[in-house]
Design a protein around this ligand. Sequence first.
Ligand SMILES: Nc1ncnc2c1ncn2[C@@H]1O[C@H](COP(=O)(O)OP(=O)(O)OP(=O)(O)O)[C@@H](O)[C@H]1O
Ligand SMILES: [Mg+2]
Length: 439
Amino acid sequence: MVLREWQRELIRGAFGEPRPRLALWSLPRGQGKTTLAAALGLNALFSGEEGARVYVVAVDERQARLTFDAAVRMVELSEPLSKRVQLFKDKIVVPRTGSVFQVLSATPANLEGLDPSLMILDEIGVIDRRTYEVAALASGKRESSLTLCIGTPSPDASDSVMYDLRAAALANPGDRSMYFREFAAPDGCEIDDESAWALANPALGDFLHADAMRALLPPKIREATFRRARLGQWIVSADDVWITPQEWAGRGTGEAIEDGADVVLALDGSFSQDSTGLVVCRIGDVPLLDVAGHWANPGDPEWRVDVLAVEDAIREACRRWRVAEVTADPYRWNRSLQVLARDGIRVSEFPQSAQRMTPATLALREALTNGTVAHSGDPALAEHVANARVAEDHRGTRLTKSSKKSEQRIDLAVCAVMAHARAVHYATKPKRTRRVAAF
Ligand SMILES: Nc1ncnc2c1ncn2[C@@H]1O[C@H](COP(=O)(O)OP(=O)(O)OP(=O)(O)O)[C@@H](O)[C@H]1O
Ligand SMILES: [Mg+2]
C-alpha cells in the first residue's frame, strides 16, 4: 500500500509523540478509511510489542468480514509477513510475540473485557454510544494504548458520539491526550464548488473519482446527505423537508373518492396531545388520498380524543366505500381495533417502527416525484405534509416534527404514508384466479 502524504500526516498525529490516548479522524466517504484501518492494525500487530492486542471494530458482521479479508489479503501478498503469522478464521496471530489481530463487529458484548494496545473504531459516525463507551473504557490498562476513531459525519448530530468527540476536541485544543483531524469543506461553501470538494476529499482525483461525486449532486441525493457524506460537514439542524408544499399541491386533483370505491383506511391515533387522523386511499394504479376524519386538540390540556367518535367514523367509512382494510398503529388503540374486527371489519397493524415506516415513507416520496399518487387537496393534510420533516439515522428514515415541542401536527401525513403503502400492496397483489370447472 502506497501511503499518501495526507495519510502520513494523520498517522503522525495519532501515533507520533506526544502519543495521544484517543484520536479522531473525520473524513468523507471513500477516502480509504477502512483499508487504512486494516493496514494500521497489521502494522501494530507486527510492531514487535510483546502480547500486542489489536482490534479493528467494524459496524456490523459483514463489514468486519470485509475488513478482516482485506487484512488477510495484505498478509498473503507479502512473503515475509506470511511467514511470521498463523492465519485463523477470525484472527491473525504472530506466535513469536504472542500478538493477536482481530476484527470485531460493534456490539458492547464483543468489546467487553478486552485489553487492547490499539483499538480502531471504523465508522465511529454510526457506532452507538454504549459500544463506544465499552471500547474506550477497555483501553488504558497498558502503558501505551490508543483508541483511534475514524468516521464520516453522521446524519443525526444530536445523538452522535463522533459529534461529541469532535466538540470536545474543538473545545480543548491544548488537550495532549487527544488528536483530532478533520477533512471538510468550509462552512457555507457552494455545494458544487469543486475546490471545496478537494479540501474535503484528499483522495479526490487519486483513488476517488470526481465524476462519481458529480453524478450524485442534488437532487440525486439530498443536499444534507451530500454535505455530510461527501463534504464532511456536520448538518446540525435536522430541517430536512420531506415534501415541499409546491410538490404536494402539484399532485392535488380536487377530486373526492366516489362512494363504493375500493379503498384502505389508515388511522394514526393519539389521546391528548397530537391529533388523531383517519386517511382514506383509493386502490388503483394511481392511488388517491383523502382525509376521512381528523380530531385535533384545540389547545386544551384537559382535552381527550373521543374514541367512540373515531370508531364511528371508521364504521361510517366502511359503509361508504369498499374498505379492504383498516390499518393502524396498535399502540393504545388495540381495544378499538378489536371492537372493529368483531364488527367484521378487516384490521391490520402498522407499527411505527423504522422497519415498517422507512420503506413506506420513501415510497410515498418517490410516488410523488413519479406522479404515481394523487390527493384530493384536503387543506389539513397539505398542512401536515408541509410540517413533516424527515429524520434519518442508522435505523432508517421516518417522519418527525420540526422539533419535539413543535405545535405543528404531522399525524395526517403519517396516515397518508401508511394508507398509501397498503393501497399499493392491494393494487399489486395478484388477484386470486377463480377456479372454473371445465368439462
Ligand atoms: N493509499 C490508499 N489508501 C487507502 N485506500 C487506497 C489507497 N490507494 C488505493 N486505495 C483503494 O481505495 C479504496 C478505498 O476504499 P475504502 O473502503 O477503504 O474507503 P472508505 O473510506 O472506508 O470508504 P467508505 O466511506 O465507503 O467506508 C480501496 O479500494 C483501496 O484499495
Ligand atoms: Mg469504510
